[in-house]
Design a protein around this ligand. Structure first.
Ligand SMILES: [Fe+2]
Length: 382
């Protein structure tokens, strides 16, 4: 059995309508100055909470996150300067994966002069001084429970990861109520990202039975609920199931992490700035197909968990699994070909070069992916 190290947020609260618990949490931690980072669409939902926080004698500064696409180091630095002028002792992120990643980094670098560019990689952050609370408003990235944050390096345009135990929140508050107004397209894309986290953890060379529990349960919840949430955003049980599945996917990221799908999606995101979930969704069935010779037994187990018709032939069962996952993606309205999202075929070799740089994820893949393999996978999806 592989050895894994699992770290969790200090506290995880899950339940419909629990969002305002960040106020008591900050008060109980004796915080006085709270920076809330959020986005416009969720503002109506958190405004009453901000009033309640003020009544609870918390000095709150709100920062509006407003950046199209993946956040860059430059944008982070702009927000960091503003945050430091306020000098918070707590940072509360309310938003999707990018907002939470930035909130995590703002908390980690609060009161420190460290340049963000020096933090890329594993274990480069110093202990965090500020309290960190994360409230996800999408169901997908799992950032609310992961020790990871991703930024686009403005210097070379590449997506880079920052991994540190000091990025794990002190409190994660998962309130699916905050996801109820999420548009269908974002619901579909972020939900497929969560599915990738779970499937990539399950087919990972570092897979571990403890992490498998989260991964497999997450896959089943997403398979049964994503389409419902896409078709009817007010479907509360489906939204709740997706919020929990997203968290389960996030719990796989720290100990096991993703593999071939996310590695190849870096090429797509780096060249075309496609939304993260969309890039992953496009690649998931093709990477599973590539991995089938090494992961058929694992995919067969997923087929059984999903209740698909299975036989004694693990390859047949694996094919059923890949078909089912591709079918879910298509049913959710996600494009199935790179050409549909504006990718040019002649850019595929450059995308493969970018993907080859993501060695920290490529090494997790159950089957080695060479540059030629990456090109073939992109072409298979083209
Ligand atoms: Fe992801």
């Amino acid at each position: 059995m592989n050895t894994v190290n699992m770290s969790f947020p200090g506290k995880v609260t899950v339940g419909m309508g629990c969002a305002s618990q960040w106020i008591d949490f900050c008060k109980n931690k004796d915080c006085k100055k709270v920076l809330v980072l959020s986005t416009d669409p969720i503002w109506d939902a958190i405004k009453p909470q901000l009033d309640a926080a003020a009544e609870a004698k918390l000095k709150v500064k709100t920062l509006q996150y407003a950046w199209p696409g993946e956040p860059t180091t430059e944008y982070f630095n702009t927000l960091h300067k503003e945050a430091e002028r306020f000098g918070p002792d707590a940072v509360v992120g309310v938003g999707g994966g990018s907002v939470l990643d930035i909130a995590k980094l703002l908390a980690a670098l609060s009161g420190r002069r460290t340049a963000i560019e020096d933090c890329f990689g594993n274990g480069k952050l110093q202990p965090r001084k500020a309290v960190l609370v994360c409230l996800p408003t999408t169901a997908g990235t799992g950032s609310e429970v992961s020790p990871n944050a991703i930024l686009l390096d403005a210097k070379d345009g590449e997506k880079k990861g920052i991994i540190s135990p000091y990025l794990l929140p002190d409190a994660t508050i998962v309130d699916a109520e905050l996801t109820m107004t999420l548009p269908a397209k974002i619901t579909a894309e972020t939900g497929m990202d969560a599915l990738c986290h779970c499937v990539e953890a399950y087919m990972n060379v570092n897979a571990n039975p403890v992490v498998d529990t989260f991964a497999l349960r997450g896959i089943v919840l997403i398979y049964k609920n994503l389409l419902k949430a896409v078709k009817d955003g007010r479907n509360r049980p489906a939204r709740e199931a997706m919020a929990i599945a997203s968290m389960m996917g996030g719990l796989c990221l720290g100990p096991v992490n993703t593999c071939g799908v996310h590695a190849l999606s870096y090429g797509l995101a780096g060249k075309y700035h496609l939304p993260h979930g969309l890039a992953n969704a496009l690649l998931l069935p093709a990477v599973m197909e590539f991995n089938k010779p090494k992961a058929a037994a694992r995919f067969s187990e997923i087929s059984r968990a999903l209740g698909l018709e299975t036989t004694d032939d693990s390859v047949c069962n694996a094919e059923a699994c890949i078909d089912a996952i591709g079918g879910l993606s298509a049913a959710c309205g996600i494009p199935q070909h790179l050409a549909e999202v504006g990718v040019k075929e002649e850019d595929i070799p450059e995308m493969a070069d970018m993907a080859m740089n993501v060695t920290r994820l490529l090494v997790n893949n159950p089957r080695e992916i060479t540059r030629e393999d990456a090109i073939a996978i992109y072409r298979a999806v083209y």
